[in-house]
Design a protein. Structure first.
Length: 358
């Protein structure tokens, strides 16, 4: 046995991954690697299918959509089959007329929500019908969420729902520090006022003001403890609020129902648009009644409300949004423009060249 463990393949130096078998998993229909300020070519080039190692890979295709629930009847089976095909066609970019990676697609009427007044109120009432009833059982929050392409729309929905939550809340303010190496110029140092830093909103970093209430769903923005499933993207229900620590109950995964403590953390945004670096000490949480489409990757939900005040802008975003549901009856889409309250068409973005080597 020892001799076997000490065995070395003399040719391993010239073999891919030293001759080891490595398994990769993924879906090229989903959102591609994020390249700050990157062009379409940069994003496609960063994908693994563009790597010089790709010719050494053997591709296995999974053809069964495991997100869709088991068939209960022949009618439901046909419904699920058509829905799965529609999702796949959106991911492949074969729906609508393609024009340089973008196409306008028409959404079926049974998936559309009609809105005459307030789109946020409409999508909230559709996705969380029990919310306004004040029901104590919060299990309906576990598998429901509103999705939107931009953080601005997500924040607006979360603020709306938090304002309409009758439970008592607690407001937490962050503290910050600016990296000295990035603010050694007097002119820049003068710009880093408390008001300026407090108003910054960056992806992956909680806001300066965080108002939470018992029973509110939140999402972790940082990895804390992999063994407990406390990773970036984990959703929890707030169960207790204290001054320096929060208690929450995990909503999904193998540790569902486990109560955990969340501390304050010092977080540094990685937004390339910022010309300086700063740290914000705050609870690594954001309200998750609504989440961005990018953040929803990996989530499996029963009910999804997709609010498109603006169309998607990246490869795979629409595919990710419509494929989060485990049943075709759980998806509702509200499309509206600046001066139009209800539309039936929206934009899909697919970089078809990423499939060339697949």
């Amino acid at each position: 046995m020892r001799d076997l463990l000490r065995f070395k393949n003399p040719r391993s130096y010239n073999m891919t991954f030293g001759g080891k078998t490595v398994v990769f998993g993924g879906d090229f229909r989903r959102i591609l690697p994020v390249i700050p300020k990157g062009t379409r070519q940069d994003i496609v080039r960063a994908s693994i299918s563009s790597s010089y190692l790709w010719k050494f890979y053997k591709v296995f295709r999974l053809t069964k959509n495991l997100l869709l629930r088991s068939v209960q009847s022949q009618i439901e089976g046909k419904e699920i089959e058509e829905f799965a095909k529609w999702i796949a066609n959106i991911g492949d970019g074969t729906v609508g007329s393609q024009c340089d990676g973008e196409s306008d697609i028409t959404v079926s009427e049974h998936l559309l929500l009609k809105c005459d007044d307030d789109p946020i109120a409409t999508i909230v009432d559709s996705t969380f019908p029990n919310f306004r009833l004040g029901i104590d059982d919060l299990s309906y929050l576990n598998d429901s969420a509103i999705l939107a392409p931009t953080l601005y729309v997500v924040d607006s929905i979360n603020q709306y729902m938090n304002d309409h939550n009758p439970a008592e809340g607690k407001t937490y303010f962050s503290c910050y520090s600016v990296c000295k190496s990035d603010s050694n110029i007097d002119m820049l140092a003068d710009l880093h006022t408390p008001e300026f830093l407090n108003g910054l909103r960056c992806s992956g970093v909680p806001n300066h003001v965080l108002t939470l209430k018992v029973g509110s769903p939140v999402m972790l923005l940082r990895n804390i403890d992999h063994t407990l499933g406390l990773c970036n993207g984990t959703r929890l229900i707030v169960t207790r609020l204290a001054d320096h620590v929060l208690e929450g109950k995990i909503m999904c995964g193998t540790n569902v129902g486990t109560r955990v403590l969340i501390p304050r953390m010092s977080l540094t945004p990685s937004d390339p648009r910022l010309s300086f670096k700063f740290q914000r000490k705050q609870f690594p949480l954001m309200l998750s009644y609504a989440i961005t489409i990018n953040k929803s990757q990996g989530q499996t939900l029963y009910k999804v409300g997709l609010l498109l005040k603006k169309p998607v802008f990246n490869h795979g975003q629409l595919y990710v949004a419509v494929s989060r549901v485990s049943s075709p009856r759980g998806l509702k889409i509200l499309i509206c423009g600046k001066n139009v309250s209800c539309l039936s068409t929206t934009k899909n973005v697919v970089y078809t060249e990423v499939f060339n080597n697949v």
